[in-house]
Design a protein around this ligand. Structure first.
Ligand code: ATP
Ligand code: MG
Ligand code: MG
Length: 377
């Protein structure tokens, strides 16, 4: 069987690797070059996108910002999973907030800004600590502006004056404090079966995910259940087929949705080594109508992103339970180059392994990872 993925980055690559043992071939579309390629070795197929759409069994996406004409073509073929509206909901924060609000799912207090004059109303309604997020095309904290006190408002107004807010509005969100960031990742199949992984606990730095630990350390069974309910409500509302990720802010037992991603997700990479079925295989299973796999965790896992550098020692794989996944991309500042999964039997052992790992990584990892290791120990 064949699956076509819109997007040809590391997520498509990892889908390919997970699908191969099931006898499923994965083709990727480089949506910029508009070419059909192999997502692992990047070799080009002598095949148009139209032909690929007609030839494959299922079409899916590795990211939400797929040009709408391609989504449209795929939707019309009847093979696109998740559906176009679900993908577009993840691609547009205004639509996303609408889905959250209409399904009574708690999220950050917010206001839509489609004119510079809306900024005063935003400060009135939300207070002076606000994050403004471009409604489209943002990721890893790009396309965001932070207001810390209202004296900075004129500067922001000036900056926003050059944006086309009518076409691409901003979502102003109250800046919240919370205990931790977590995510729930799961799959829904065509019959409506829903199956979630254990919650991951996510450490962000400058708006970008650096470390995930799963199962999350301070999550009770009740919080896991609450997150699964949020997941199911959303997946049902979107008539979703495939893997979906929901980012949450946790304060005590209270959960609030930050955003959703209609796809496999960086905070689910731990499942490659730490769960019975990984998120990539689960997605392939869900979109092709195969039975969903067991999502049970195998021990405790930390996933560490390698960001913007290549200066680490591959010998880190000498640590038992430590695995490297390298994407083979050209190095660029803040770019996700690969990740490391470390599996252990206990949080304490995981912390100890993270301390061992430090000797193989560049200095910029020390503060964050040592802190995380010490917390786990
Ligand atoms: P991603 O790469 O996850 O798609 P993104 O660019 O879409 O990132 P968000 O997830 O919206 O951005 O925000 C990035 C990070 O900024 C969050 O993980 C969180 O640490 C912080 N953040 C976002 N919204 C808020 C908020 N309302 N209050 C406090 N912190 C926030
Ligand atoms: Mg996002
Ligand atoms: Mg996010």
């Amino acid at each position: 069987m064949k699956v076509l993925v819109f997007g040809a980055g590391q997520l498509a690559q990892m889908m390919y690797l997970a699908a191969a043992p099931l006898g499923v071939e994965v083709y990727a579309v480089d949506v910029v070059a508009r070419e059909v390629i192999n997502p692992v070795d990047k070799s080009k197929f002598d095949m148009s996108i139209e032909y690929a759409v007609s030839d494959v069994h299922v079409i899916t996406a590795e990211f939400e910002h797929v040009p709408e004409d391609l989504l449209d073509m795929a939707e019309k073929s009847g093979k696109l999973h998740p559906n176009m509206a679900a993908i577009l909901t993840g691609a547009d924060r205004v639509r996303e907030k609408y889905v959250l609000d209409t399904n009574n799912i708690q999220n950050c207090p917010h206001l839509i800004v489609s004119d510079v004059s809306d900024l005063d109303a935003a400060v009135q309604a939300l207070g002076e600590k606000i994050i403004f997020k471009a409604s489209r095309d943002g990721y890893d904290g790009y396309g965001q502006w932070r207001l810390i006190n209202s004296e900075e408002l004129p500067k922001l107004k000036h900056a926003f004056a050059s944006l086309d807010l009518k076409r691409v509005p901003l979502v102003a969100e109250k800046m919240l404090s919370f205990d931790r960031e977590i995510s729930i990742i799961g799959a829904r199949d065509a019959k409506g079966n829903v199956c979630c992984f254990d919650i991951a606990e996510n450490l962000h730095h400058e708006g970008q995910l650096h470390v995930s630990v799963a199962p999350a350390t301070a999550v009770s069974a009740a919080v896991q259940k609450q997150a699964e309910q949020i997941f199911e409500t959303l997946a049902n509302a979107l008539n979703y087929i495939g893997v979906l990720a929901v980012e949450l802010f946790q304060s005590g037992d209270e959960l609030l949705v930050n955003e959703i991603a209609p796809r496999v997700h960086n905070s689910g990479h731990w499942t490659q080594k730490g769960a019975d079925t990984c998120q990539f295989e689960q997605h392939i299973r869900a979109v092709l109508g195969f039975p969903l796999g067991d999502t049970a965790s195998k021990g405790v896992t930390a996933m560490i992103n390698i960001i913007g550098c290549t200066s680490f020692s591959r010998d880190l794989i000498s640590i038992p339970g430590c695995h490297l996944h390298w994407y083979g991309k050209e190095v660029r500042e803040k770019r996700k180059m690969g990740h490391i999964n470390v599996v252990a039997d206990s949080y304490r052992e995981l912390g100890e392994k993270l301390l061992l790992l430090l000797q193989y990584l560049p200095e910029e990892y020390f503060v964050l990872l040592r802190g995380e290791a010490q917390r786990l120990i």
